[in-house]
Design a binder for this molecule. Structure first.
Ligand code: NAD
Length: 337
């Protein structure tokens, strides 16, 4: 199948070409992000392949549908960047990669916690400058602490299990608590109880209208002083202004972000020679107890291989008219009687 692949970085191309040896699709790589301005590049491509910060809004989807696109293949699990209702109305099938390596993301969340707590980022710089002083590097034992996991799907469960390995108690919150996970010694509680009792809170739920700014001023007010907050899920789960206020008042002890609500303007590009205009983001970077990584939690060899393999296999299934468990559909509209 002819596929217009957007937001292609050299590593996407490398891994997609390697995986495509088995599938034989005709891949055309565009470095441009997908949005309404770049959608005309996909004219006459039956399939369009996009990544997390592309914007498949109604305008962009109408452009590709009018030029013959029938399939939108996401190289991601999340689909909050796709107007699913418009895709359904236009007859565009949307296929995603529901799981490629939940370990990659969960392990990155643990990495952020360890780095923040033990100040490894600061120690790295100090030692290279011949500064071996320990003042300012003191951390806390993770063993025995309480960890709150919000969203106990694939990634949240693995993250919770890793933290159990450190000897932590796990509190969990999910719209749909998982009985097997509860039986493994995890305690499901409501959000206020999780906020009030957790030393470390990690977000692993999707971005939906209900979870938008889940971590806001009211949520932070309920947390323990000195709490560690980690977000490797989606940026807009966290109200950035509210966490900045929480960091300034020292209510928040540590903040680890792999995602940021306005990351579309910044992430995945080398802006080291540019003047960054986002003052909120720049303020975040001034705190010594904040670490931001640029949406790299998924970025392991294993995960990228799996993303490419499943994406191409999704495209083949579509081409052969096979039903796919990886299809995402708009919620059914309520029918009027
Ligand atoms: P999943 O679908 O397996 O699990 C999500 C869980 O969240 C489910 O158990 C669901 O019931 C729960 N949930 C849904 N709405 C909720 C709500 N309102 N409150 C609490 N819980 C709710 O997904 P996953 O594979 O574990 O991925 C979790 C998230 O991680 C994804 O939505 C995605 O945004 C993010 N992610 C980030 C990266 C990265 O590189 N940073 C990579 C992959 C996924």
């Amino acid at each position: 199948m002819r596929v217009a692949v957007f937001s292609t970085k050299p590593y996407d191309r490398r891994f997609l070409e390697a995986a495509n040896a088995k599938y034989g699709h005709e891949l055309e790589f565009f470095t441009a992000e997908f949005n309404a301005n770049t959608a005309p590049l996909a004219a006459d491509f039956p399939a369009v392949c996009i990544f997390v910060n592309d914007n498949a809004d109604a305008k962009a989807l109408k452009i590709i549908a009018s030029k013959g696109t029938k399939l939108l293949a996401l190289r991601s699990a999340g689909f909050n960047h796709v107007d699913l209702q418009t895709a359904t109305d236009l007859g565009i099938t949307v296929l995603r990669v529901p799981a490629y390596s939940p370990y990659a993301v969960a392990e990155h969340a643990v990495g952020l916690i360890l780095t923040l707590n033990r100040k490894i980022h600061r120690a790295f710089n100090r030692v290279r400058e011949g500064n071996f002083a320990l003042e300012g590097l003191m951390g806390f034992d993770i063993h025995g602490r309480t960890v709150g996991v919000i969203g106990t799907g694939k990634i949240g469960q693995i993250f919770g299990n890793l933290m159990k390995g450190f000897g932590c108690q796990i509190l969990a919150y999910d719209l749909y608590p998982n009985a097997d996970y509860a039986a493994s010694g995890v305690k499901y509680v409501d959000l206020p109880e999780l906020f009030a009792n957790s030393d470390i809170i990690s977000l692993h739920c999707p971005l939906t209208p209900e979870t938008y700014h889940l971590i806001d001023e009211q949520a932070i007010a309920q947390m323990k002083t000195g709490v560690t907050i980690v977000n490797t899920s989606r940026g807009a789960l966290v109200n950035t202004e509210a966490v900045i206020a929480g960091l300034k008042s020292e209510k928040i002890g540590y903040l680890g972000l792999d995602v940021y609500e306005q990351e579309g303007e910044l992430f995945f590009e080398d802006l080291s020679m540019e003047i960054i205009q986002d003052d909120v983001f720049q303020r975040l970077l001034t705190f010594p107890n904040v670490i931001v990584t640029g949406h790299q939690a998924f970025f392991t060899e294993d995960a990228v291989q799996n993303i490419c393999e499943t994406t191409l296999s999704n495209i083949s299934d579509f081409e052969q008219g096979l039903p796919s468990q990886n299809e995402v559909k708009a919620p059914q509209r309520a029918t009027s009687k």
